[in-house]
Design a binder for this molecule. Structure first.
Ligand code: CMP
Length: 138
């Protein structure tokens, strides 16, 4: 059993596909163990993506992530990290496989609908960035 952090980004919320994204997770064996909506502050977005702070797209990415509400989720299941990444598809929708969330709905490498943790250490950091243990069901 593994946990991962998923974010439905502002573009996903704007496109009214929260239900569709969650449906894909649930249909593929992932359970929602925590869920809330939030409007990230610039500081929160910058802290979350601190690992990308030197990248040229950092300013634009944090602007985008604060452009509207997001849905924050803890997903749980066997190989949840890899499973979530498989369902999302490649970061760049142009390179994402058929049937993935990003291939089906994303407009660009930045506005790519969803975020998912990329490994166990990242998942731990990212889950604790937005959720306390008492907010996650067992
Ligand atoms: P995400 O999986 O949330 O991780 C970092 C995010 O930065 C990524 O999805 C994209 O939204 C964004 N990103 C990654 N690479 C680029 C890029 N080359 N240009 C713009 N945004 C990017």
């Amino acid at each position: 059993m593994e946990r991962t952090l998923s974010i439905i980004k502002p573009d996903g919320v704007r496109k009214n596909i929260i239900g569709e994204v969650v449906r894909r997770f649930e249909k593929n064996g992932l359970k929602v163990a925590a869920m809330k909506m939030a409007e990230l502050s610039k500081k929160e977005a910058e802290g979350f993506y601190a690992v990308h702070s030197a990248r040229p797209f950092f300013g634009s990415l944090t602007e985008f992530m604060t452009s509207g509400p997001v849905v924050l989720m803890v997903l749980e299941g066997d190989n949840a990290i890899a499973k979530n990444r498989e369902l999302m598809g490649a970061t760049d929708p142009a390179k994402a496989a058929e049937g993935t969330i990003r291939k089906d709905f994303a407009d660009s490498i930045e506005s790519n609908i969803v975020h998912g943790s990329d490994g166990p250490d990242t998942a731990k950091f990212e889950i604790s960035y937005f959720f306390s243990e008492t907010e996650i069901v067992r």
